[in-house]
Design a protein around this ligand. Structure first.
Ligand code: ADP
Length: 254
């Protein structure tokens, strides 16, 4: 059975500081796909969820970490409630980058993930933001989701973003920017661009997505970037190989 990792960004989950209805559609899609695929979800949004209860000043790192600690159980509650409607069991897995650094720890984590997947449980993974500082500062789980895809032996990473594709330029600034359907090589100048987080919760931006794609392409794994609002696009790529977002395709598959 194919193993898929989905990454959902804060900008997809939250709208104007509130949890968006999009989470309902994402849960429905993943529950459906869970019949034919092994599904792992990497979800951001803990800081955003915490902020809805306790609007601390997010410019301070310790406040952001506290918000993640407040928000993580709230976010899990929202997921659990919705997945329950589809008789789908979920598990919370909090990782730090170091867990995937050493071979031994990676193996332990992978074995545990395999147990969950063998039992039809969807792991919902997040960076352990309240104790780690790197990802919370920069990345919004893009890097973590690439690591999860590679180290846990998945076949593809599907990033559900607030943007529907990778463009020739930032489409929010340049109206002439064109979407690129297939990317076979990540150019150095693309990942040297400055990150431009467009949301006060989101810290990712396109650069961290390109870095994630590069990491996976070098290891023979494809990544698909599409909009978290248009989930038909996910079905179309999986069922018909039809590309409505951007497919980052390695030269040689595994
Ligand atoms: P998410 O929260 O879904 O992870 P981000 O908001 O962090 O996503 O990153 C996507 C954003 O990156 C887009 O909304 C867009 O404003 C910005 N961006 C900058 N350059 C590009 C580009 N060349 N193609 C697509 N998006 C770009």
């Amino acid at each position: 059975m194919k193993r898929l990792v989905f990454k959902v960004g804060t900008a997809t989950l939250y709208e104007n500081g509130k949890l968006s209805k999009r989470i309902d559609n994402i849960v429905k899609l993943l529950s459906e796909l869970n019949k034919d695929y092994e599904i792992i979800l990497v979800s951001s949004g803990a800081v955003g969820a915490g902020y809805t209860k306790c609007p601390l000043d997010k410019s301070k790192l310790e406040n952001k970490q506290a918000l993640a600690a407040i928000g993580q159980p709230l976010l899990m509650k929202e997921y659990k409630k919705r997945f329950h409607n589809f008789d789908t069991t979920v598990a919370q897995v909090l990782l730090t980058a170091a867990d995937l650094d050493s071979r031994k720890r990676t193996q332990y984590a992978k074995k545990m993930i395999n147990v969950l997947l063998d039992n039809n449980v969807i792991p919902i993974i997040n960076e352990n933001d309240s104790v780690s500082v790197e990802e919370i500062l920069f990345g919004d789980n893009d890097q973590l989701s690439a690591y999860v895809t590679y180290y846990f032996g998945a076949d593809m990473l599907i990033m559900l973003s607030d943007i529907d594709a990778f463009y020739t330029d930032n489409p929010k600034i340049n109206k002439n920017a064109k979407p690129i359907k297939i990317v076979k090589e990540i150019k150095d100048e693309w990942i040297k661009q400055e990150c431009d987080p467009n949301d006060r919760f989101a810290t990712g931006g396109i650069v961290t997505k390109l870095k994630a794609a590069k990491f996976l392409m070098e290891r023979g794994i494809p990544m698909y970037l599409t909009n978290g609002k248009n989930l038909d696009s996910v079905k179309e790529i999986l069922n018909n190989n039809q590309i409505n977002g951007t497919l980052f395709l390695p030269k040689e598959g595994r």
